[in-house]
Design a protein around this ligand. Structure first.
Ligand code: MCF
Ligand code: FE
Length: 402
């Protein structure tokens, strides 16, 4: 790919210091090759194109947790209580998944890109979205989901999962990674976790963890609303492992845990270890009756933000999630909160999926957005972007305009 240069009014790097650059151009092909004054860049390189714009340049968004299989849901699933929602998922899952078709998938994928998300971590329980995602301009981590608590279904559950996982590996390329998701501590047998994680040993894995009070109670004392759920559907009276046993499976793995609203002090220690990330999905948590995650309890560089699926949200766009999160997060320093959220939605989210993306720095992928020059002053840049940008003007994914 020939080199192009772009000179925006300002570059929002989205590194941990929230660096803002002015009078700098970036030189890129699929990656960012150099960042310097346009004059120096023109001296150093032979360029095929120079783009000058009044827009702000910032990294594209990564959505590390989304379920595309439930795109057809609007008012079908029950909100307000996690366990009631789960009953409604069991009841309506087949009909919702039947309504998923290529047009709906294509339309949503295109819209996500138009709204600035170029990288996603998609949880897939059936593999129905895999082909369409592999043909898209997105950078995709497909998390093939495994779950199942019944002892007598272990073999058939695993065999089906293995088949699905192996089938989706045919889509592997530089924009598509075929990975594993372990659903959650309450919904899977430890023997299945062990076998699944042996299928692929090096890539990022994903797992829901401590999303609801009902999950906390079931995992701690086999009590709470999930007790009736497990009795009704599986004739089980007791949880099948402790949350400690569950977490132990991920000790040596790069893991994206999702939710964590009811995590305890001891479990929190896991996020101090290498390659462990937590993805907060604030709108989903609100709809399913969970308390808000206390963001200040986690290291900033380990905390990402995701939308979850339309099974528990009204939008699949990270920019919408950011607007909600900005209003909801506790604390008075709104400009600081906004900076942390923007870095989380770009840099931390991308790193959580193991991608070399999410900041405007040399050698990173050239996945970036041009957005209206909405800022009042540099200190309010992140806040102004979150509050006033609905949609970027231009989206680049790995150097290509989308
Ligand atoms: O993250 C939310 C809420 N927590 C758990 N699961 C899901 C969410 N959105 C969709 N799901 C899916 C999940 O992947 O719903 C099914 C699974 O296939 C629930 S079965 C325990
Ligand atoms: Fe989820």
């Amino acid at each position: 790919m020939p080199y192009k240069a772009i000179l925006p009014s300002l570059i929002c790097v989205c590194d941990s210091d929230f660096t803002i650059l002015t009078n700098k151009a970036i030189l890129f092909d699929e990656h960012i090759i150099d960042i310097d004054s346009l004059e120096n860049i023109q001296k150093k390189y032979k360029l095929s194109e120079v783009i000058k714009t009044d827009d702000i340049l910032m990294p594209s968004f990564t959505n590390p947790h989304i379920h595309l299989e439930f795109l057809a849901n609007k008012n079908t699933l029950e909100y307000g209580s996690f366990t009631k929602w789960l009953y409604s998922v069991i009841k309506n899952r087949d009909s919702l998944i039947n309504q998923l078709n290529d047009d709906l998938l294509k339309e949503n994928i295109q819209e996500m890109i138009r709204y600035g998300t170029t990288n996603i971590g998609a949880i897939s329980s059936m593999g129905l979205e895999a082909e369409m995602l592999s043909k898209s301009k997105m950078n995709v981590v497909l998390f093939n989901e495994i779950l199942g608590v019944s002892e007598n279904m272990l073999k058939s559950n695993f065999d089906l999962f293995k088949k699905r996982f192996e089938n989706n590996s045919k889509y592997e390329n530089k924009n598509f990674s075929n990975n594993i998701a372990i659903h959650s501590p309450y919904a899977i047998h430890p023997k299945l976790i062990e076998k699944a994680l042996l299928l692929e040993k090096n890539k990022v894995v994903s797992a829901h963890f401590m999303e609801s009070m009902d999950e906390r109670k079931w995992m701690d004392s086999s009590s709470g609303d999930l007790k009736r759920f497990f009795k009704d559907f599986f004739n089980i009276d007791k949880n099948i492992m402790s949350s400690e046993t569950f977490l132990d499976f991920f000790k040596s793995r790069h893991t994206v845990f999702v939710h964590g609203n009811y995590i305890n002090k001891k479990e929190m220690e896991i996020f101090k270890t290498k390659n462990k990330f937590l993805i907060n999905c604030p709108k989903s948590n609100k709809l399913l009756g969970s308390k808000a995650l206390i963001l200040s309890e986690f290291d900033k560089d380990k905390l990402g933000i995701g939308t979850d699926g339309l099974s528990s949200n009204t939008s699949v766009h990270i920019i919408d999630e950011l607007k909600y999160a900005l209003f909801m997060k506790k604390g008075k320093d709104i400009k600081k909160i906004a900076k942390e959220l923007l870095v989380s939605a770009t840099n931390v989210n991308a790193k959580s999926l193991g991608l070399n993306s999410g900041t405007i720095e040399k050698n990173e992928e050239a996945s970036f957005l041009l957005v209206d020059n909405v800022y009042n002053e540099k200190s309010s840049l992140a806040m102004d972007i979150i509050l006033h940008i609905m949609k970027p003007n231009k989206v680049y994914s790995k150097g290509n305009i989308c």
